[in-house]
Design a binder for this molecule. Structure first.
Ligand code: SAM
Length: 330
């Protein structure tokens, strides 16, 4: 999952000539603030240089997470949104991600911090429409009303920055703004996932229908100490390696998400909730199914079932075999 070339080059051009040591220091300080200061409604990122280090270090990962989550959500519904409201847009990663998958006619970005708005707008200035023509509005999702409406509303890596009462109020506004679909993407941590599950209850109570990742609308069956999260793999640019210190050719971004729609979706029979395990001609899949968590094992001799399991990846929807053998866990 790679950042669009044009976006990567624009980010690189933007930081050319900037003090690289300062960018690195800013990123470290920013990471520390995110590690310790999230979830309390504090401002974590306000300066232009911080916005630039965010764009280099985090935008590829959040872009990848939104593309992956939105792709899985769109697989479950015939809805093809034509307008987007990107809430807590930051430097615009979710808007770029949505434009990768959808033929959008209009994009509106709501963001509280002027430094992020300046950079997000400038990164999109040479992009094709609708990114180039996106409307950027300064808005505090916790305090302000959201009068805008769009087919698709995305809140990516933003709700976890708010305090619980702020998040609770904000999600109602986001849902009211969503004419067809609301997609929430959050870091793949136990804490962010727990908060997301509270939002799931809230949205179900408001009449929202789950499209993905859950194959059902019952209580989440994840056991104590476990949490539902997914992964996308992002190739790292030279600049990214320099800023984050490290030579690995890619980074793995863990994320959790919830996509809800106004119309009932065609939910998956089951979803793969771990990295598939392969061992001597046997594949083991951990699944969340309509009746709870299950393990499905496929052996080479199982033919079609094995072939399907071999192609499947963490996060994919999976149609259960009609006959479930005794090897499958409860
Ligand atoms: C971690 S960044 C995520 C940015 C972008 N959505 C992405 O996925 O890369 C969080 C963004 O949410 C913004 N934000 C946080 N709280 C906000 C609020 N109450 N209203 C509007 N924006 C907010 C921050 O300024 C920041 O730009």
């Amino acid at each position: 999952m790679e950042l669009p070339l044009q976006l990567r080059l624009t980010v690189e051009r933007h930081v050319q000539g900037m003090d690289q040591a300062k960018l690195k220091r800013d990123f470290r300080a920013l990471s520390e603030r995110y590690r310790t200061g999230g979830g309390r409604g504090r401002k974590l990122l306000t300066e232009d240089a911080e916005a630039a280090s965010y764009a280099i270090a985090r935008m590829p990962a959040t872009y990848g997470a939104v593309v992956t989550a939105l792709k899985h959500a769109l697989e479950r519904t015939p809805v093809r949104p034509a307008t987007l409201l990107d809430c807590g847009a930051g430097t615009g990663a979710a808007s770029w991600a949505a434009c990768t998958l959808l033929d959008l006619g209009a994009v509106t970005c709501l963001e509280r911090e002027p430094a992020m708005i300046r950079l997000g707008r400038s990164l999109a200035a040479e992009a094709p429409p609708p990114l180039r023509d996106a409307v950027w509005l300064r808005r505090d999702l916790a305090k302000d009303e959201i009068p805008e409406r769009a087919d698709l509303v995305i809140a990516s890596y933003v709700l976890n920055e708010m305090s619980e009462p702020e998040r609770d109020r904000a999600v109602v506004k986001l849902w009211n703004a969503a004419e067809r679909m609301l997609l929430i993407v959050e870091p793949g941590t136990p804490a962010a996932w727990r908060d997301l599950m509270a939002l799931r209850d809230r949205l179900l109570a408001l009449g929202a229908r789950i499209a993905a990742p859950c194959p059902h609308e019952s209580a989440c069956p994840m056991g104590e100490g476990d949490w539902c999260h997914f992964r996308c793999r992002i190739p790292r640019s030279r600049l990214h390696k320099r800023l984050k210190d490290g030579d690995a050719p890619y980074e793995d971004e863990k994320f959790s998400y919830l996509a809800v729609t106004r119309e009932p979706a065609v939910r998956a029979e089951a979803r793969i909730i771990r990295h598939p395990r392969t061992d001597k001609g046997r594949i083991s899949l951990e699944l969340c199914a309509r009746d709870g968590l299950r393990r499905l094992e496929a052996h080479k001799k199982d033919g079609e079932r094995y072939k399907r399991a071999r192609k499947a990846d963490w996060g994919d929807a999976f149609a259960l075999p009609e006959v479930v053998t005794g090897e499958d866990g409860p």
